[in-house]
Write a protein that binds this ligand. Structure first.
Ligand SMILES: Cc1ncc(COP(=O)(O)O)c(C=O)c1O
Length: 391
């Protein structure tokens, strides 16, 4: 591999440690996972499952879930607004979503001139990174303040002259880092376009249950009504049962053709999830919904408070978040009395001068509310006040 390219998160951690060593008190608004353990209900159910004498709980689960029958159907159903029991769909349990992204790309077997469109600018970079590794031609769909970080069908590249056409879209809605969501109308328009143009549609959806609005729809709820659309959606337990990021449990649902292709590649890449952890997830999602809703409410309340604090000090949002635990802000032109080049410079200045840590994305900076914003309110007020930002 060529050398270089320090991982952004590792560099942020290094800068944070440096500031901490100089005595700066640190406020981590950079953390992308819920703090604390997974829900007690999930842990208890997983503990019971791991003590089970039933061999199916301990064996390879492969593309199924012998230890937790119908896991994927039941886990997916808990995310939906409508019943899809009578629809023609296929299911696949997964060990979380990240490792599935590469498998989704491979399952489409894209050839020269066949493009993959992503939501990675700004965004969770994995689909773009893995396309690089796989030498798949890819581009970031335009997502910016003007289009509220949701592209239009006219932005999907189709160029007959250049012999290039988009064959796969890998979306992420609700979106990390903007908190933008997919509405029913927007999804219907997109599904119809992709059905007509033979474009496969995939949505990476770990944040659905952290939506703070009733306008947030899953791709699944809408795509099931487009019989000729090839589509799939991945759900994950990582962010919804408290901190379940290390549990590695999720599921994919989609049209039979697409899920069959994903399953073929997946069967040659992994051996399935750990069944006892999936048993814990399923118990919580089916029997402890109140705790999951409480997590969602806490995120929404903290986001509101953080946005109040940011507004008090003139920090402009890129967009109001409707889901998840992130807020994306525009980087000011001036802070700490100096001109600011980009979000990276602003982030490191904030860390050095105030201890507030974010994650930079080009000209935007992301702050998370996984920590207790209420307890940090006074310190954050002082920190953002000290920055003295101007746009
Ligand atoms: C958009 C997005 N996709 C996938 C993941 C990873 O999910 P999982 O833990 O299921 O692999 C994350 C986690 O930060 C994410 O933000």
């Amino acid at each position: 591999l060529p050398s270089g390219g320090t991982n952004k998160f590792q560099e942020i951690k290094r800068r944070t440690r440096e500031a901490e060593d100089k005595g700066v008190k640190i406020y981590r608004l950079s953390i992308g996972q819920p703090l604390g353990p997974a829900l007690l209900s999930a842990r208890k159910a997983a503990a019971e499952a791991v003590m089970s004498d039933n061999e199916s709980m301990h064996e390879y689960q492969d593309n199924g879930s012998p230890g937790v029958p119908d896991f994927a159907q039941r886990f997916v159903a808990a995310h939906l607004r409508t019943s899809i029991k009578d629809k023609k769909v296929a299911y696949l349990p997964t060990p979380g979503s990240k490792s599935m992204l590469e498998i989704v790309i491979l399952s489409c077997n894209l050839q020269e001139g066949e493009l993959l469109g992503t939501m990675t600018d700004p965004g969770y970079p994995t689909p773009a990174d893995q396309s690089e590794y796989l030498k798949v031609e890819h581009y970031a769909l335009p997502t910016n303040q003007k289009n509220l970080f949701r592209f239009n069908t006219g932005d999907i590249k189709q160029d007959a002259k250049a012999d290039q056409s988009t064959k796969l879209l890998m979306l992420n809605l609700p979106h990390n880092p903007t908190g933008q969501i997919a509405t029913r109308k927007w999804l219907e328009n997109l599904c119809s376009h992709c059905e007509r143009h033979g474009i496969r549609l995939f949505n990476d959806n770990p944040y659905q249950l952290l939506s703070h609005t009733t306008r947030s729809w899953t791709l699944t709820d809408v795509a099931v009504n487009f019989p000729n659309l090839s589509w799939a959606e991945a759900f994950s337990a990582s962010k919804i049962i408290g901190n379940g990021t290390g549990w590695r449990v999720g599921a994919i649902v989609g049209s039979e053709d697409f899920v069959a292709d994903i399953a073929t590649i997946k069967s040659n890449c992994d051996s399935g999830f750990a069944a006892p952890m999936a048993a814990g997830v399923l118990y919580a999602i089916e029997n402890d919904r109140a705790s999951i809703e409480a997590i969602q409410k806490t995120c929404a309340k903290r986001l509101k408070l953080l946005i109040d604090i940011l507004s008090r000090h003139g920090i402009a949002l890129a967009i109001k978040p409707w889901a998840g635990f992130f807020v994306l802000c525009k980087v000011p032109k001036v802070a700490f009395g100096q001109r600011i080049k980009d979000a990276e410079e602003f982030n490191y200045l904030m860390i050095e001068n105030t201890g507030v840590v974010g994650v930079h994305f080009g000209h935007y900076i992301r702050y998370s509310v996984t920590g207790d914003i209420e307890a940090m309110e006074e310190a954050l007020d002082i920190a953002f006040g000290k920055a003295g930002v101007m746009y």
